[in-house]
Design a protein around this ligand. Sequence first.
Ligand code: ADP
Ligand code: MG
Length: 229
Amino acid sequence: LYLRYLQSEKVETIGHVAASLAHEVRNPLTAVMGFLKLIRNDSISIEKSRYYIDICIEEIKRTEVILSEYLSIAKPNNPIYEQIDLVQQLNSVIDIMTPYANMNNVALETHIKEQEITISANLNEIKQLLINFIKNAIEACLSVSDGKVNIRIEHGSLYSKITIRDNGVGMSNEQLERLGTIYFSTKNNGTGLGLTFSYQLIRSMNGTVSVRSEPRKGTEFIISLPITK
Ligand code: ADP
Ligand code: MG
């Protein structure tokens, strides 16, 4: 009985890994798709299309990294932690997500002043985390006519505070309670893995996440991560 339990637990883990792999690869694919559609447009300048192609190359490279990281999960090696310029990464993720927002008629409003905020993190993980929250905020606005996503970052004494607010569908208390649990999704093609991954990562970084939400009004996530500088 004990053995069987261990075995099924292993199968379960592999299932989770496979599903989250698909999820994490889908985000960069969505970005590449968005840029390719922009490039196909005849009226686009050579410079612009070069710029978009460079972003596509970066995204594909990142997909390769994600794939190799997941393939190495059988023999887990610790992800590389480095000193990360959080403002720079947030700006780069906003660039990546802008076509997705435009495509869906959602305005991305950013209030990000030049400032130095350094955290200790794994680069791919932190990018994935930011993408997950911003993507969810954009998707929450799909059914509203005047969709807006507001993103800001502040430097506290010990923590950096990233706020992502949308005026989308919002959540009921029942939904709020299930947030971050594996496979919880209210979307037709959702995986319910994005926030599970993100919550776990925030916890592992000794950060916190808080959320306020009201149905038909919108949602605000505040992510606090310990800073090193
Ligand atoms: P997925 O996006 O694949 O559904 P996530 O783990 O990213 O999975 O999100 C889980 C669920 O949390 C979503 O399906 C949605 O119901 C809810 N959710 C997350 N972010 C928001 C948001 N900004 N506004 C409204 N609901 C949200
Ligand atoms: Mg999501």
